[in-house]
Ligand binder design. Structure first.
Ligand SMILES: [Zn+2]
Length: 291
């Protein structure tokens, strides 16, 4: 089978378009990886070229990072400087499939980027995240980064504290704690494309499916494209509601209370992390738990 005919390629390309149409991928913003299943790689192997040179993986030029947990695997990865709006119309020119070697420290491009280029500058960050995700759930295959405006806007006015950020988002839609009961991780502003921000994100993704990069964007993971896109969509929709609420008032007259959140646990088979269900003194949006 040709890569262009594969369901995983079509699903990836559709999600790239969906994200672009949401306004989450201005210019070449965002990056996106999918860890192929063994049978998916096998099915399109005839389309792979094994002539490309092995390259080091690293955050910096002289860096040499190792991802032993992903050794030998194949990844569908967006290209550096490529535009999400072009992925679906010409996947071969804008994305690539790369393979990691048997020790997980070198990669080679086996398909795609037909007009030249490199995988995303956040490749090491994506691999770091995919590695910790795989460790907690072998079926977590998608890592997605985009620039949703409402989530980013909130990083200017809410405390950059996972408890507060998550709680305020939880209160905006009952589905939020059901969809991500472990809440949202927050990384303060750091230089993107670097090791520090990549490792900080992966540290949070050991437990959490969503990580916000302050004043920049968000990362999420998922078992498939529907779940990853749906997760980002859910967080951004709740963020949009919060932006609307905050544009009317700094206080909420009514909201969902901690005990009401706890009522969701049994019927939905979840365990909402209690860190987010602290008591609040009043309805002021963004107040810290100890205030
Ligand atoms: Zn970005």
């Amino acid at each position: 089978m040709k890569v262009l005919e594969a369901a995983f390629l079509k699903g990836y390309a559709r999600m790239a378009t969906d994200g672009f149409l949401q306004g989450w991928h201005e210019r070449n913003g965002g990056n996106f990886t999918y860890r192929l299943k063994d049978e998916e790689a096998e099915a399109v192997r005839e389309d792979f070229s094994e002539n490309a040179p092995w390259q080091r993986i690293g955050w910096q030029e002289d860096d040499h990072s190792v991802f032993p947990g992903l050794a030998g695997e194949y990844f569908l990865v967006s290209g550096s400087g490529k535009y999400f709006r072009n992925i679906e119309t010409d996947p071969a020119a804008n994305v690539c499939i790369l393979q990691l070697n048997e020790t997980g420290d070198l990669f080679r491009i086996v398909w795609g980027l037909t007009e030249g280029g490199r995988p995303t500058s956040e490749l090491a960050t994506h691999l770091a995240n995919l590695e910790v995700c795989k460790e907690r759930d072998p079926e977590l295959r998608v890592v997605y980064h985009c620039h949703p405006a409402n989530i980013i806007a909130l990083t200017y006015v809410l405390p950059l504290d996972s408890r507060v950020f998550t709680r305020e988002i939880f209160e905006m839609a009952t589905e939020c704690p059901i969809v991500f009961p472990e809440g949202i991780g927050i990384v303060p502003w750091m230089l993107c494309g670097g090791q520090k921000i990549g490792e900080a994100t992966a540290e949070l993704m050991k437990k959490q499916d969503v990580v916000v990069w302050a004043h920049h964007g968000a990362f999420c993971c998922g078992r498939d494209f529907d779940l990853a896109f749906g997760l980002m969509h859910t967080v951004e929709k709740a963020a949009e509601i919060l932006v609307k609420v905050m544009s009317m008032s700094a206080y909420k007259l009514n909201t969902i209370k901690p005990d009401q959140f706890r009522e969701l646990n049994a019927p939905f088979g979840i365990r909402i992390n209690e860190d987010f269900l602290y008591e609040k003194k009043d309805g002021r949006i963004g107040c810290m738990p100890e205030e």
